[in-house]
Design a protein around this ligand. Structure first.
Ligand SMILES: Cc1ncc(C[n+]2csc(CCOP(=O)(O)OP(=O)(O)O)c2C)c(N)n1
Length: 327
């Protein structure tokens, strides 16, 4: 049936799907959704270097692939270095194909950090996307330097000695921004149009760009798989995961929070924080600590805003803080 050239539903169909159905992600996987949104917005003329991790494993069970774009499995530690080489090859051949690098937080915050830093510093024309599910999920939920403070993982179990992870989540955005690259941003699967807009923006920039996408993991975080989007939304609305854009090292825009939710709204949905709701003075102390971290984020990024709740529509969900406006 022909719906005509201007059928409203057709107009809103994504033009391109880079990650197809039939992969083996868990129900409610934030990474699968994030990767679909990123590749949808990036379009077909891309080539991906993908570090080892869940995304690589669940999309390419031998001999199948769920990718509809040229895609290469790098090592766990070198997605950025491989992407840099691919970009140099594209340039040598005079081709415009954009190179993307994909990795989890383990492959980015920890083991791929120096490759990422080198790629940013050398100014390669690569969009690096970190799918941040806040632990080494593919190998059984070990803590990474992105795991939030006090979260339970298999290597940061709560007990007599400690209340989950002792250390803070590494501020990777600040580290990346300190390379003074043209564009670095955070996004969340709970705000898909904001995420797509940021991908399109990065795609249009010549030089290194970086996107950190908060991607809930029902298995590792211990939440109902139907609640992934709600959990992701609460991470933003509590201030625990600030959604911001940085240009050349300075904050350029933020997603405002009108009515910050208490961190307990976010934490109580997840088994990894269950020990914080025990009748234990140490648990109360940790809850206060996490609330203080959220309040700190709200303060330093100036996230608190007046007016109605931000709508997740193109262009309406961020507040510019200087820098260039973009379509
Ligand atoms: C050098 C090296 N060390 C360890 C491993 C084992 N390994 C494979 S995937 C993985 C965890 C990946 O975690 P992350 O990057 O956060 O991605 P996720 O699976 O959570 O998406 C580990 C430790 C490896 N493949 N290579």
């Amino acid at each position: 049936m022909s719906a005509g050239p201007h059928h409203p539903l057709r107009d809103h169909q994504p033009r391109f799907q880079g990650l197809d159905s039939g992969h083996r992600a868990c129900q409610g996987c934030g990474e699968a959704l994030a990767a679909r949104l990123v590749t949808e917005a990036a379009g077909p003329d891309v080539i991906v270097s993908n570090a080892t991790g869940c995304l690589e494993v669940f999309t390419t069970p031998w001999p199948e692939t769920a990718w509809r774009i040229p895609w290469l499995h790098s090592l766990f530690e070198n997605a950025a270095s491989v992407a840099a080489g691919m970009e140099a090859a594209m340039r040598a051949q005079g081709r415009d194909t954009k190179v993307l690098a994909f990795a989890g937080d383990g492959g980015t915050f920890d083991i791929g950090m120096r490759g990422l830093s080198g790629m940013l510093e050398r100014g390669h024309n690569v969009l690096y996307v970190c799918f941040d599910n806040e632990a080494y999920m593919n190998t059984g939920v070990q803590r990474s330097s992105s795991t939030p403070h006090a979260a339970m993982t298999t290597t940061s179990p709560p007990g007599r000695e400690r209340m989950g992870k002792r250390h803070l989540k590494k501020d990777l955005l600040a580290i990346v921004a300190a390379h003074h690259i043209p564009y670095a941003a955070t996004a969340s699967v709970a705000y898909p149009s904001d995420l797509r807009k940021k991908v399109r923006r990065a795609m249009g920039i010549e030089g290194p760009t970086f996107l950190l996408v908060h991607s809930p993991c029902p298995l590792g975080w211990g939440h109902d798989s139907a609640l992934s989007i709600e959990v992701a939304r609460l991470a933003v609305q509590t201030g625990l995961f600030p959604v911001v854009e940085m240009e050349r090292g300075s904050v350029a825009s933020v997603m405002p929070i009108r009515e910050p939710c208490p961190v307990t709204d976010y934490l109580k949905l997840q088994r990894r924080f269950r020990h914080l709701f025990a009748d234990d003075p140490r648990a109360r102390e940790e809850l206060e600590h996490l609330q203080a971290l959220a309040d700190h984020n709200i303060e330093v990024y100036g996230l608190k805003a007046e007016g109605p709740d931000p709508l997740d529509t193109e262009g309406a969900d961020t507040v510019r803080r200087g820098g260039m406006r973009y379509a």
